[in-house]
Design a protein around this ligand. Structure first.
Ligand code: HEM
Length: 409
């Protein structure tokens, strides 16, 4: 995309070069985000957003990110939302890269698995998995990497269980191997991605063969055969279950990892949350997500000419919604770099997005994080090794690469 018309003379809006996957952004995350928002509430970023295209609008304030996210008619997701967009004919993330009415019908089918009511039933199972993983950490000698031993394991184990993918041990082992490659070995992604899609395809096929419709995989396997006017082909069904797998795991790992890091570096938080009531823990989790914002940015495409923050956005322009910068906007969250679990408006963060694409799995992620927070706060010791240098994954779902901790019952 070439720079917009105003560039012929001096641009009347700020111009920055903000590349979401640049490791330098992640190494100095909170400062970089603060700087970009201060310099450029809304403006133009020269950064690349697909294999071939560069240049996009970037929205960094809470007010304007909310305005764009809740106006799907103007800011469409159908041309892709990824920070670096893959060709959509190769892989479309469904439902996040669709607009209504298709989007509405797909959400209607998936929502029942992710309501607070449906997830209430999972709490016991999640607590059990958490207790088992923590036992494994406590049994290790010396510092434990809490990411590889705990936060990278909890979301897949829960998602492979009953109600969601309900997979056999062998299917689970294969999936974990593939997800691990996708997360940690980018050079092997092109090889692993088709295998992951094939894995998803086989799971759907097995549900249809068994006539099973009662879990998430079963519902997706039988979706799009004309009910509610929804027509999907098998590739689209595979893309739907693939998004649930990828979005449900990497994002939650990031949220869990960031929360463990915060608890392990701020003893006062652990002390406050040790005997805290449900409401306080829930608020703390929202504040941790606001601060860490694991899914930092996603994009839209303008469907018509529109002005925002003095910028002449034109039909067809790519527009980046910077959720992370919005979550650090002092106009919405005073003193944004301070963790304050008593913020009156903490629930207004956009870590789960906003509008029709607001995260499908938000309540599941919250339940997993809550179970971990309770377990960590019950320990007598949970400290990140002093002076440990924490590296962050420069990915669409950000999280710490490793968090070495010293822990004791
Ligand atoms: C801490 C964990 C998580 C974070 C930070 C997160 C973040 C987000 C964000 C920001 C969006 C909005 C996308 C947009 O507006 O373009 C989103 C959508 C989505 N999330 Fe999550 N997510 C998390 C966990 C999960 C889990 C556990 C699932 C399980 C299936 C999940 C599945 C999805 C799906 C399917 C969408 C697309 C929804 C739609 O298009 O209607 N996410 N998520």
């Amino acid at each position: 995309m070439s720079e917009p018309a105003a560039s012929a003379s001096e641009p009347t809006y700020p111009v920055v070069d903000f590349a979401p996957l640049d490791p330098r952004v992640h190494d100095d995350y909170w400062n970089v985000l603060t700087e970009v928002r201060e310099k450029c509430p809304v403006g133009w970023s020269t950064s690349q957003w697909s294999m071939t295209e560069s240049g996009q609008w970037i929205i960094n304030t809470h007010r304007d990110v909310m305005a764009a996210a809740t106006d799907w008619q103007t800011f469409s997701s159908a041309d892709g939302v990824s920070s670096v967009q893959l060709p959509l004919d190769i892989l479309r993330l469904i439902p996040v890269e669709t607009d209504p009415p298709t989007h509405r019908e797909i959400r209607k089918a998936l929502n029942p698995f992710f309501t607070p009511y449906a997830l209430e039933e999972k709490v016991g199972e999640i607590n059990e998995v958490v207790a088992g993983l923590l036992e494994g950490c406590l049994a290790q000698e010396g510092p434990v990497d809490f990411v590889s031993s705990f936060t990278a394991k909890l979301p897949p184990v829960v998602f492979l269980g009953p109600g969601f993918l309900d997979s056999t041990e062998e299917q689970g082992r294969q999936l974990l191997e593939l997800v691990d490659i996708m997360l940690t070995k980018p050079e092997l992604t092109m090889e692993a991605a088709p295998k992951l899609l094939a894995w998803c395809g086989e799971l759907l096929e097995s549900r249809r063969a068994a006539g099973r419709k009662e879990d998430l995989a079963g519902v997706i396997a039988h979706m799009g055969f004309g009910e509610g006017g929804l027509h999907m082909d098998e590739k689209q069904r595979i893309e739907t279950i693939n998004l649930a797998v990828m979005a449900g795991m990497e994002t939650t790992m990031g949220g869990l990892g960031a929360t463990a890091w915060l608890l392990g570096t701020r003893p006062e938080l652990r002390a406050r949350l040790r005997d805290a009531d449900e409401r306080t823990i829930d608020r703390a989790i929202e504040e941790f997500l606001r601060f860490a914002t694991p899914v930092s940015q996603l994009s839209r495409t303008a469907t018509k000419d529109v002005e925002m923050g003095g910028c002449p956005i034109q039909k067809g322009d790519r527009v980046m919604l910077n959720w992370a910068a919005a979550n650090l906007d002092p106009a919405q969250f005073p003193d944004p770099l301070t963790i304050d679990i008593d913020r009156p408006n903490v629930a207004s963060h956009v870590a789960f997005g906003s509008g029709i694409h607001r995260c499908l799995g938000a309540h599941l992620a919250r339940r997993e994080i809550k179970a971990m927070v309770r377990a960590i706060c019950a320990l007598s010791r949970f400290e990140v090794v002093p002076d440990a240098e924490i590296k962050w994954r420069a990915s669409m779902a950000r999280g710490p690469v490793a968090v070495p901790v010293l822990l004791a019952r």
